[in-house]
Ligand binder design. Structure first.
Ligand code: BG6
Length: 648
């Protein structure tokens, strides 16, 4: 039967009760695997709990594991206890749902197994009155996608009443050529509107909200262009390493694993033109157009704009090359940072920075939109010496929120400014349960709504941007490892953006700051002000950070790494490490430094300037008092309140 043409995307029904998913049989290939137990089944359970799963629904799982339906149900019942995402587990909902689960063991390359699956689908369809609708879920290795499409076609799964749709997991291809081939294979017997290519980032509420934010609010879209935006940074930091997935990861790397798909999807949402409607193809057309406008780099441009890294060991944990199933001489990148150009009218000249990596200092996904500075000359003659840029920050995960940073006048008789922010947190505004991201995809697919899925041309456009980088990196020699676990990544990434006169915006949290005794007792208001004033800096091993005799006007918070304090003879008198603060005297008094401080290993620092610090202390007299205590105990100096809060 022909595909339904969707006239109204259920994902955008604005009010009233949401309709349930459409009735169907969901045939899962790879039903004994990780994805099924960790994400698909918890997602079905969430839909059931929220009354969004149609009554006329059943699951038919299949995989190589020899299991009966009963055993499959037992296994899923044990797993759901571990992987469900709700505050409380609702046994009654689960009992009802699991009774709809069935299982057929065997290989999908085997004609007998396919025949059994076909008759089982027909039996379940009749038993559950599913209207002939079948959702095929390919939770199997990508190399089987083409074969599976072919086999389903040959064995007549497309025939009969009702819709037939396929959800294909990522990765869709491993390079441009394989993606083109896969698209040909998949589309040989199926039509584009039956294929739903998953990118689980599109299932994230905070990612979907990018569209709502841009297009349901009148005040931002007029600013959304090169006239007002200075640069955009996409940051996906992962604290985890390859987590035992070395075999897969070593043939992938972060460019394929994160950038070409998840990050390009976010990029497309954030930067695409305004679609004519919320129709799936209206949105997908604009996304494809945007990715087609991203410049494909020459080898020279790759060398200039792209940086890669690979983590080395830390004291107690292995480096990437020592991970299980990883080639000990692997050239696979676990970190990448790049500047992209979108060659269209809206974005011409606006740098688009992307970076992502594994085994980094924190887990956090953020998009930072930095606006152009307001003109500074009118502040001549006031205490204001420079203006900070306005920033709009989309906190995608784990913290979910949106933040706007701007300047405000500090109450008082003179024109003094301070960066402040407004923050919206999802947790404060909505009570919704945490979802896995797969609920909305199963739900939308059942309605024939392809908005949240990648179309073939989009996948191809993304590969066209990634391919020249992959090619250059394959051919160029590399000196790996080049960053230590749990740091900010290779210094080359900071240097790349510094060449443009910019820096990465590191989103610091209160927890990070509280690692330091100096800030441990600070209240939220105070800490947030400090966070906004911190400037990230990376130093190489052996680099001098503080030189004796120079008048320094800043202090340092050591995020990751080791620095040595040296006496006049160059002997190490103290070793400082993560969470330590040094150079405080620089923000307390303007006097010559009394020791050299040098990085022992590559080190990540935050720098706090005296001017910023004084400004913050003016607002937080209690904390000025605490600092005076520290100054006395640690440096035996008496700092007067006036000199603390004076920036000169
Ligand atoms: C997957 C990648 O697609 O996304 C993983 O294969 C990565 O390597 C994961 O860890 C990140 O997803 P999330 O939702 O945790 O950001």
């Amino acid at each position: 039967m022909a595909e339904h043409q969707v006239t109204k995307s259920p994902a955008v029904v604005a009010s009233g009760a949401n309709p349930t998913s459409e009735r169907c049989i969901m045939l899962i290939f790879g039903a004994s695997g990780d994805l099924t137990k960790r994400l698909l089944v918890p997602a079905l359970y969430n839909l059931a709990c929220d009354g969004l799963l149609h009554e006329n629904f059943a699951v038919l799982g299949t995989a190589m594991d020899a299991m009966t339906t009963e055993q499959f149900r037992e296994r899923m019942s044990a797993d759901i206890k571990k992987f469900h995402t709700r505050k409380e587990f609702d046994q009654a909902v689960w009992d009802k749902l699991i009774a709809k689960f069935h299982y057929v063991p065997g290989s999908f390359g085997d004609a007998n197994v396919l025949a059994t699956l076909k008759s089982e689908v027909a039996r379940l369809d009749a038993a559950h009155d599913a209207g002939g609708n079948v959702l095929f879920y390919f939770a199997v290795a990508p190399k089987f996608f083409g074969l599976l499409c072919e086999n389903l076609h040959v064995h007549g799964f497309k025939e009969g009443e009702g819709w037939k749709r396929i959800i294909v997991e990522k990765p869709f291809g491993t390079d441009l050529a394989s993606a083109l081939k896969l698209n040909r294979e998949v589309l040989a017997n199926w039509s584009e509107n039956q294929i739903y290519r998953v990118d689980h980032y599109l299932g994230k509420e905070t990612v979907q909200n990018l569209l709502a934010f841009r297009f349901s609010n009148g005040m931002f879209e007029p600013l959304w262009n090169k006239n007002y935006i200075d640069n955009i940074q996409f940051n996906v930091s992962e604290a985890v390493d390859v987590e035992g997935r070395g075999g897969y990861y070593d043939s992938s790397g972060v460019l394929r694993d994160m950038m070409q798909n998840h990050m390009f999807q976010m990029l497309a949402y954030l930067c695409m033109e305004v679609p004519g409607s919320f129709e799936p193809d209206a949105i997908r057309n604009e996304k494809a157009k945007l990715l087609q406008s991203v410049r494909e780099y020459t080898p020279d441009e790759v060398a200039r704009y792209c940086v890669r890294g690979q983590y080395g060991p830390s004291l107690d944990k292995p480096g990437y090359r020592q991970e299980k199933d990883v080639n000990p001489e692997s050239k696979t990148e676990t970190y990448a940072a790049a500047r992209f150009h979108i060659d269209n009218w809206r974005w011409e000249g606006v740098p688009i920075y992307l970076r992502s990596g594994k085994a980094l200092w924190k887990r956090g996904t953020e998009i930072v939109v930095e606006f152009k500075k307001a003109p500074e000359p009118m502040f001549r003659g006031t205490p204001v010496t420079s203006l900070a840029q306005n920033r709009l920050i989309f906190h995608i995960q784990p913290y979910q929120g949106i933040e706007i940073q701007f300047q405000a006048k500090i109450p008082g008789p003179r024109m003094n400014l301070q960066p402040v922010h407004m923050k919206f947190g999802y947790g404060d505004a909505f009570k919704a349960s945490r979802y896995t991201g797969y609920e909305v995809m199963i739900y939308a697919c059942s309605h024939g709504d392809a908005t949240l899925f990648s179309r073939g041309d989009l996948v191809e456009a993304a590969w066209r941007v990634a391919q020249p980088i992959l090619d250059s990196w394959r051919d160029a020699p590399v000196d790996f490892p080049n960053y230590i676990r749990s740091t900010w990544g290779p210094k080359a990434a900071a240097e790349m953006i510094a060449r443009d006169g910019r820096r990465w915006h590191e989103v610091v949290t209160e927890d990070v700051l509280k690692q330091s005794p100096l800030f441990r007792d600070g209240d939220t208001l105070f800490l947030e002000q400090v966070i906004m004033a911190l400037k990230p800096r990376q130093v190489s091993a052996g680099e001098m950070i503080i030189t004796k005799g120079e008048v320094g006007r800043e202090m340092y918070l050591l995020e990751q790494g080791e620095v040595e304090v040296l006496d006049d003879g160059g002997n190490v008198i103290k070793l400082l490490t993560d969470g330590d603060v040094f150079g405080e005297v620089g923000v307390l008094l303007s006097q010559p430094r009394n020791a050299n401080v040098r990085a022992k290993i590559p080190t990540d620092l935050y720098v706090l300037d005296k001017a910023d610090f004084s400004r913050i202390l003016r607002d937080n007299p209690n904390f000025a008092f605490a600092i005076q205590q520290v100054a006395k105990e640690r440096f035996s100096i008496n700092v007067k309140t006036e000199s603390l809060i004076s920036s000169t």
